[in-house]
Design a protein. Sequence first.
Length: 411
Amino acid sequence: MNGKAAKNQRRPLDGVKVLDFTHGVAGPYCSMILGDLGADVIKIEKPGRGDPTRYMNVSRQFATDIPRVGGDYFLAVNRNKRSVTVDMKTEAGRKVCLELAKWADVAIQNFRPSVMDRIGLGFKDLHAINQRLVYANLSAYGGDGSMADKPGMDVAIQARSGVMRITGAVDSTEPVRPGVSLADFGGGIFLVTGILAALYDRERFGEGQEVNVSLLDSTMSLLSNYSIAVIDGGAELGPMGSGHPQLVPYQAFPTSDGFVVVSAGTNKIYRDFCAVIGKPELGRDPRFSDNPKRVDNRTAMVSIISEITRTRTTAEWIDIFEAADVPCAPVHTIRQAYEDLAAHTPDMVCEIDHPVAGKLHTVGVPFKWSAMHGDVRMAPPMLGADTDAVLKDVLGYAPDAIAAMRAEKAI
């Protein structure tokens, strides 16, 4: 599925076993990354319905097989996992989870704080039976504090963090959610980092620990370049379209057939940019001689450049800017972006053979090492596809015991 991975290379997390209680986006994205790095991930899902993202669809292509296959959102963040359906609220289901916790190196959950404690699957419960276990919690607002029990989805985090007030068209007063689930995916990446740090600590000191990450903390951390400007400097930030509050020119400009992004992050690049657009005098203009002055005179600068960029096509400007080593890019649609990625970095667009949905295209593993590799080995699982195999092969359950659990609706 990721054909460029050398057969003699090792995966960084080969042998690491992950018990995945997560649902939605942020948690499953975290466990997917661990799976991409070689971990053996067993995903626990609710019998009958499974992860809520199995119902989230844009294309409608898989609608007739939801929730058995899953919607395209589920398919995007659940590769390299096995699905086991367990009712954790039943005594038999809880027993299965405890036995899997003895097997695991990492357990991940993203229910509201205290939910797992109430059903006897919290950190203290699992640490008591497996002291080497790394237990990772992902929540909206953290495990303590006045907002701990509040529900929180990606859009709520983006609103509370201020992201939606700096996104949108210039001078717009309507809050805009970025097209990407910034809080969810950012939170998942931060949780991966915390888990890897805890595993490294365990190798040094021999014991696992609890890891806590909140979506709000993670999102605010992504805004760290604004913290001093706003808190200490009193700056007021609002939506800037494609622009940047601290750099000019650093945005999309109109062309005769679309838009081109220019990022003149240094004075030298800015002067080179002025030369290739045929306006070297702009590089000497006292209003624009350094970046702070360009920020102060942003409106005039953007207006002048826009009139010039409108005279050529996007492709023509790309050729001109690249020849002068000025950072630039066309503004792609999502489809164009994937087609471009496949052309220039083919191992980053993989095909997965799904047992029902057929061939699925997924973004590859972004990590690159000289002696290791990550890969896409397994298609996103059918709901409960691995329940019997995991109970039999991992936990040693006999067929009649599995049948009895199914009759009791514990699995």
